[in-house]
Ligand binder design. Structure first.
Ligand SMILES: [Zn+2]
Length: 105
C-alpha cells in the first residue's frame, strides 16, 4: 500500500467530515453508481420506465443509469436529504485549500 489514512469519527457523518476536512477531495456528486462505482449517464424515461414501480413512473421524469451495471437512479424521496449532505460537503471542501504534498523537480 502506498497511501493510507486512519479515518477519525465514530459515525459516518463524522467520518465524512474528517475526510473532507483533511483531504479536500474534488467533489463530483451524482456521477457514480452507489452499487458498483460505475459512471452514471442521463437516460430517457421511456428507456427505463419498464423497470420502474408505478409510483416512481408517475412521479419522476429525470433519470440516470449506470454504464456498468445498469442500475437506474432518480431524485427520489431521499433527494432533498442527499442534496443537503452534498451542499454541506461542498462547504467544508470549499473552506479548505487542497492538501498538496507532491513535489515537482
Ligand atoms: Zn453500477
Amino acid at each position: 500500500m502506498r497511501f493510507g489514512a486512519y479515518v477519525r469519527g465514530a459515525d459516518p457523518d463524522s467520518q465524512l467530515r474528517d475526510v473532507l476536512d483533511r483531504f479536500a477531495p474534488p467533489l463530483r456528486p451524482w456521477t457514480r453508481c452507489t452499487a458498483c462505482n460505475g459512471m452514471l449517464e442521463p437516460v430517457a424515461k421511456n428507456e427505463v420506465e419498464h423497470l420502474l414501480r408505478p409510483g416512481t413512473r408517475r412521479t419522476y421524469e429525470v433519470f440516470a443509469r449506470c454504464r456498468s451495471c445498469g442500475k437506474v437512479y432518480w431524485r427520489g424521496a431521499h433527494g432533498r436529504r442527499l442534496a443537503t449532505l452534498v451542499e454541506s460537503a461542498r462547504r467544508v471542501v470549499d473552506a479548505r485549500s487542497p492538501v498538496c504534498t507532491m513535489r515537482t523537480r
